[in-house]
Design a protein around this ligand. Structure first.
Ligand SMILES: Cc1cc2nc3c(=O)[nH]c(=O)nc-3n(C[C@H](O)[C@H](O)[C@H](O)COP(=O)(O)OP(=O)(O)OC[C@H]3O[C@@H](n4cnc5c(N)ncnc54)[C@H](O)[C@@H]3O)c2cc1C
Length: 410
């Protein structure tokens, strides 16, 4: 019998499986699809060491008015989705108050700070160096006013958390991005983050490493998880598998399962879209078009244009207006060429109202563990929270950061 079933083969599940395996456990990884084919495939691919503070909900009247009236492309919302989101969003709003957000960031910064260190040995062992670029990413601004505001904010992040950056003039940005079609006011260059040219490919490479080290990867439905004897059982394509422990790492689907066991975790989801374009003259370095709410990621498949947050139903049909707006703005900056695939991709950031992932034992159920709710930074944090959870599960260090990530709702 295996020691642990890890449910979900996204970046978080794979990070957990590898960390447990490293500590001598026999692990079975279960997913209904191949590794890294869902949210961990479709993101912008940044390993975000600069994200010392988690993404807060805007609280100024101006920002809220812009969201309410559809004047910003960063966040869009649909009226019929609001009832299901009201409670988590109200709690998110309260947690985004400056004093609370600062307190939460004390924990968050300790996670993101170590993200590249936690990825590095996996990248090397998986032979995935070719997927990684270590030149940071840019946040470009059209207006001097917005650039000045962001520069002040970057200075305070740099000072408070020791995050490196450079403020570039419009000319300096033009030299870094020779494909730019228009003059910009300037840019923040976050120099510490790494970017990945194929996020799903990196997860798949980590999964191959896990299998090469003796781990088993099975197709199965996590919703069949049930207590069995002193442990847990899950039905897979190879029949039922049993283990003493089970880890729920199902990203945005996690609460479908936790609800079955009686846990009321207020997970909400911020939808995002992407589409690739075959650039005629695209960005040389991945860049956020800040005032337009579109991120342009340099990927193997082309330039991946990704969007901010859409507040909508989990299974609501796609409304790619946010992507179209973002793309129209991005085309003012670069000649992005034709789309690579026939339709945009969509996925959901699994968010918790206090912006911290849940990394802990499930209260009251021996052998059941949680590792989900990584919001905007799960691609960054999968290996890190994998190590933290593995430390808790094996009693190997029992990291003190993990106390802050424990179960927080009754
Ligand atoms: C547009 C966009 C851009 C982003 N950019 C970044 C970024 O640049 N950097 C960053 O760090 N993060 C980014 N994120 C966030 C990041 O992608 C997520 O936080 C992260 O991928 C979550 O990983 P996960 O392993 O928890 O979930 P997932 O990758 O979704 O994995 C969950 C797995 O569970 C499986 N599953 C679900 N239900 C079942 C079931 N019943 N049975 C079996 N298996 C099941 C799924 O098939 C899936 O493989 C972005 C997100 C979006 C949407």
């Amino acid at each position: 019998m295996a020691q642990t079933l890890v449910l979900g083969a996204g970046m978080v599940g794979i990070g957990t499986a590898l960390a447990l395996q490293e500590r001598g456990q026999e692990v079975v990884l279960i997913d209904r699809r191949g590794p890294g084919e869902e949210t961990s495939y479709g993101n912008a691919g940044i390993i975000q060491t600069e994200a010392a503070e988690p993404v807060a909900m805007p609280r100024s009247l101006g920002a809220l008015f812009a969201i309410a009236t559809g004047r910003t492309n960063d966040v869009v919302w649909h009226l019929r989705a609001l009832p299901e989101h009201l409670r988590p969003l109200a709690s998110y709003f309260r947690n985004s108050a400056p004093a609370r957000h600062r307190r939460i960031a004390q924990t968050y910064a300790r996670l993101t700070r170590r993200a590249t260190e936690d990825h590095a040995p996996l990248i090397e062992a998986a032979g995935a160096e070719a997927l990684i670029r270590k030149e940071g990413f840019l946040v470009g601004f059209r207006s001097p006013h917005a650039f000045d505001r962001e520069r002040r904010s970057a200075e305070s992040i740099g000072r408070d958390y020791g995050v490196p950056f450079a403020a570039l003039t419009g000319d300096e940005l033009g030299r870094k991005q020779p494909g730019l079609r228009r003059a910009m006011a300037g840019a923040i260059h976050w120099t510490g983050p790494w970017t990945c040219r194929d996020p799903g490919g990196l997860v798949a490479a980590y999964a191959t490493l896990f299998a090469a080290r003796g781990g088993r990867i099975l197709r199965g439905d996590a919703m069949t998880l049930a207590p069995r004897g002193a442990g847990w059982s899950c039905t897979t394509g190879e029949g039922p598998v049993e283990a003493a422990n089970a880890v729920i790492a199902l990203g945005p689907w996690s609460t479908a399962l936790t609800k079955r066991f009686g846990y009321r975790v207020p997970l909400f989801r911020k939808r995002g879209y992407h589409r690739h374009f075959a650039p005629v003259s695209g960005p040389a370095i991945s860049m956020l078009d800040a005032e337009n709410g579109a991120f342009l990621a340099v990927m193997d498949k082309g330039i991946r244009v990704t969007t901010g947050a859409e507040i909508t139903g989990f299974t609501a049909p796609p409304v790619p207006r946010q992507l179209e707006r973002g793309l129209a703005g991005a085309r003012e900056l670069f000649d992005l060429g034709e789309p690579v695939e026939p339709a945009p991709w969509l996925g959901h950031r699994p968010c918790l109202p206090d912006m911290l992932p849940l990394v802990c034992p499930a209260p009251g159920r021996k052998g059941l563990w949680f590792n989900f709710g990584h919001g905007h930074q799960g691609f960054t944090l999968g290996p890190t929270t994998g190590v933290l959870l593995a430390e808790l599960m094996t009693g190997d260090g029992g990291s003190e950061i993990a106390e802050n990530l424990a179960y927080r709702w009754g």
